[in-house]
Design a protein around this ligand. Structure first.
Ligand SMILES: [Zn+2]
Length: 467
């Protein structure tokens, strides 16, 4: 057996790990590298292995940094099945079509700019809508905790990962000449206590563990603080007849926020006010959440709530805005109201229009609810910029900018340590993936302090023999 790391190592995007076992080449995730750096663009265009020789893809979840390179794999000759859970299939279809659309737009923009400057260089999109559809056609779904044979010596099954709806850890069990070996890939791992999701499942035995390390050196605020902070912001906004603009990620964060807000209003912790979800992708994903609301991925508390109160996503105060006209009407609408709109780091999407219209008013609260990467508009606002550019025009920031550190779909340092210590006997090797170099090195040191030493931090392109 052999494992090769071809992305998502020493960084948090582009997850791609190639496991070779008993004559099979099994690709664990096939994610897109994100960001505008040259390095990310180059890595997206190269495939360090021949896609035609890959037998099967096992997909952990629907985030683009885990599934977004599947259309390219198919375009370059992969013909096998792509296995995932049912909710992951539904969400992946939306994500891949959206990603193809962005790839096409990016290439168009690049080509137009070059044509304008008299530069003859043109680029083709990384993949197009047809390639995305071809990848979607290969998705095959399976429930959690069910063994699926790949050949007479290798089988796999999914365990709940607690990260986002449909997310799975992938266990590959192989009968080798030396005995049975289990490889467990966590994908992205959820927290022990979250608002919507069932916590990650611990299951033994594991010989080789590939575990994410995004927050290997950080702790999240406890989830119980959300309501207190929200209450304060909502009461202030009602008194001032203002607007709360929440740049939000379409998958998970939007649905978590709707659930928290709905629960607070239904319990009369705060007065009812309109909650508008203004993002076509978030609206489509929320419909998938609604379909799966009683499913096993969700926490028992959430399922109980749905059984008692009905789906939080069709609460009377929540409105979904799909069309551009609906979105534009919000500009002149009177507050108080809460607008949830993508993208989460204010890098694109409809939230930019809401920021442009409301950032200059001192009755606006911009509530940041997710990680804000360096160089993004969200980060500049978080750092207290007094003037920012939106669509090329400068705006003075009179809105209050507040950050909620409570929301995260990723395990923090203590969750990760808990998960690793729960495996007995200890894995032969733990591979730390999906984390920036500083975070995963810190996690390695924390593990060392706990007496866990067989830990590797693989580099891009590195391969390991598994005994
Ligand atoms: Zn993820």
């Amino acid at each position: 057996m052999k494992i090769g790391f071809h992305g998502g190592v020493g960084e948090v995007t582009g997850s791609r790990h190639l496991l070779e076992a008993e004559g099979l080449k099994i690709l664990l995730d096939c994610g897109l590298f994100q960001g505008h750096r040259k390095e990310a663009i180059a890595k997206n265009r190269e495939t360090p292995f021949d896609p035609k020789t890959v037998d099967v893809v096992l997909l952990s979840h629907a985030h683009v940094d885990h599934c977004g390179s599947l259309p390219l794999l198919v375009k370059r000759g992969f013909k096998g099945p792509i296995h995932c859970t049912e909710a992951t299939k539904d969400i992946t279809a939306i994500m891949l079509l959206d990603s193809a659309h962005l790839q096409e737009n990016d290439a168009d923009f690049f080509n137009k700019m070059h044509a304008r400057d008299g530069n003859p260089e043109r680029i083709a999109p990384l993949y197009n809508t047809e390639d995305a559809k071809a990848a979607i056609a290969l998705l095959r779904t399976h429930p959690y905790e069910t063994w699926i044979p790949l050949n007479d010596k290798v089988r796999f099954r999914f365990h709940n990962a607690g990260h986002v709806l449909g997310s799975a850890m992938i266990r590959v069990e192989t009968k080798t000449a030396k005995g049975t070996r289990n490889v467990l890939f966590t994908g992205d791992l959820g927290r022990r206590k979250t608002i919507l999701m069932e916590p990650p499942k611990v299951s033994n035995p594991v010989d080789y563990l590939l575990i994410e390390s995004t927050y290997g050196d950080r702790l999240h605020d406890p989830v119980d603080r959300v309501e207190a902070i929200m209450k304060e912001v909502i009461e202030r906004t009602i008194a001032e007849k203002g607007k709360i603009v929440i740049p939000s990620f379409a998958l998970e964060r939007t649905q978590e926020l709707v659930f928290v807000l709905e629960k607070m209003m239904r319990r009369k912790q705060v007065p009812k006010l309109p909650i508008i979800v203004d993002s076509p992708m978030a609206v489509s994903i929320t419909e998938i959440f609604d379909r799966h609301a009683s499913g096993f991925s969700f926490s028992p508390e959430f399922r109980d709530y749905v059984a008692r109160e009905g789906s939080p996503f069709d609460f009377e105060s929540v409105r979904y805005s799909r069309t551009v006209e609906d979105s534009q009407k919000l500009n002149s609408a009177e507050g108080p109201m809460i607008i949830l709109s993508a993208s989460g780091m204010c890098e694109g999407g409809r939230v930019l229009h809401h920021l442009r219209n409301n950032i200059g008013k001192d009755t606006t609260t911009i509530l940041l609810v997710g990680y804000q990467a360096q160089g993004t508009l969200g980060r500049r606002l978080q750092e207290g910029a007094k003037k920012v550019k939106i669509f090329g025009l400068e705006h003075e920031v009179w809105a209050r900018v507040q950050t909620l550190h409570t929301f995260s779909a990723h395990a923090d340092r203590d969750d990760l340590l808990w998960f690793m210590k729960a495996h007995a006997p200890r894995p032969r090797t733990i591979f730390l993936v999906h984390g920036d170099p500083k975070d995963r090195l810190a996690l390695k040191e924390h593990l060392h302090a706990e007496g866990i030493d067989r830990v590797e931090c693989p580099e891009y392109g590195q391969e390991f023999q598994l005994e």
